[in-house]
Design a protein around this ligand. Sequence first.
Ligand SMILES: C[S@@+](CC[C@H](N)C(=O)[O-])C[C@H]1O[C@@H](n2cnc3c(N)ncnc32)[C@H](O)[C@@H]1O
Length: 265
Amino acid sequence: MINKVGFEYLNKKGESVFETFLKYTSEKEKSSAVLGEILGWLLITEGVAVLDVGTGNGEFLKLSLNRIKHLKAAEFTLLEPSSDLVKRLQTAAKCFPPNSIVKVAHSTFEEFKATSQFDVILASHLPFTRDRLPVVFGKMLDLLKPDGCLIVVLRGWDDVHEFRTRFKSQLMERGYQSLTIYDAIEVFDEFAKDKSLSITMHNADSELCLPITGNTQDAISIIEFLLNKKWEEFPDNVREAVLDYVNQRRGVLRQIDGFALVRKT
Ligand SMILES: C[S@@+](CC[C@H](N)C(=O)[O-])C[C@H]1O[C@@H](n2cnc3c(N)ncnc32)[C@H](O)[C@@H]1O
């Protein structure tokens, strides 16, 4: 179990750096529209069992469900290892669509023991390293019913991916590659050599507009969110390089959320 919230959910002057990020990006709006459409295709009968791994504060799933016009009664298991986020989720669960049953499970995915299989498993923006993916995705496929669908959401090759790869490498003083949806696809292609899987992809394109001239404090918070480090801990040369990068793009970074739908066939 994790007792602390991740860097993205830490409060800074009344709001988390993640909340600051959300004010300047269309990502959640565009991505929840795509996820809502996908869930709309999948939740067409009553009682569909959905597992959301690493739910966070529940906002993404809730926004996506709100996009579905006539949502059938479904059963959601929200799995979250952070104690603080679990408390927030218990409150957020009350605002899920009224016809849904919501259970909050306090566990890491690795320690999670399910009593039955799921029709749909959602794994959105989980912080697993590339070498852990075969084990993690293997367990997700095992937890899926024979006709179930696994939805993996990860960043595509966008400006934010380039930004994080370049500057996290400088901050960590070693090569860093942020995970993309193509790493996940590679793992499923490997599985597909022995298992019968169908893999389809969808994208959600959006923009992040850093307020570099209007609200520098918020722009810095967003940079901290993207690089998971406090600005005061950045070496001077990295600060300058980061500011050059965003200024050259007038603060606008292109974002792509990649969705992989993996079905057992
Ligand atoms: C970037 S957030 C994504 C939240 C949400 N899924 C979304 O897309 O908005 C990553 C989440 O994964 C959770 N997490 C981290 N390690 C995990 C693990 N081993 N098993 C399950 N969840 C984990 C974190 O606590 C956090 O809530």
